[in-house]
Ligand binder design. Structure first.
Ligand SMILES: [Zn+2]
Length: 124
């Protein structure tokens, strides 16, 4: 099994609804996104998938979030709180739809250098 990881980032504002503390107020993060992919085989060139294909797909998603007020500007977050956990499943679902050449296996959202939430599907 092969595993690939690509990293990108975006800057956005958010606030947590139903939370008591500093994060109930609007504030911003420079989020770092790590997306992991697995592939069982390599192509004739020795690649699982071209990194550029993966990076393009992730970039489309991070561009859609960049410099946005997530709670208001992104329909998904009008219903779902803008926790790092929910941002992780949002990115994961987007990659699952757009990347066909490898299987997205995990998405990590770093809210700060010391705080990360990940989403992955439970393996059978
Ligand atoms: Zn925050």
């Amino acid at each position: 099994m092969y595993e690939l990881m690509i990293r990108d980032g975006f800057a956005a504002a958010h606030n947590l609804r139903g939370y008591r503390g500093r994060c109930e107020h609007v504030h911003g993060h420079n989020y770092t996104v790590e997306a992991y992919f697995t592939s069982e085989k390599l192509d004739g060139t020795g690649l699982a998938v071209d990194f550029n294909i993966l990076k393009k797909s992730l970039k489309k998603i991070t561009d859609s979030l960049d410099h946005k007020y997530l709670n208001k500007d992104i329909p998904f977050f009008r219903k779902n709180n803008t926790s790092a956990e929910n941002i992780a499943i949002f990115v994961y679902s987007g990659l699952k739809k757009s990347v066909k050449k490898a299987k997205v296996s995990k998405v990590c959202i770093w809210e700060s250098e010391g705080s990360m939430a990940a989403y992955y599907e439970k393996s059978e």
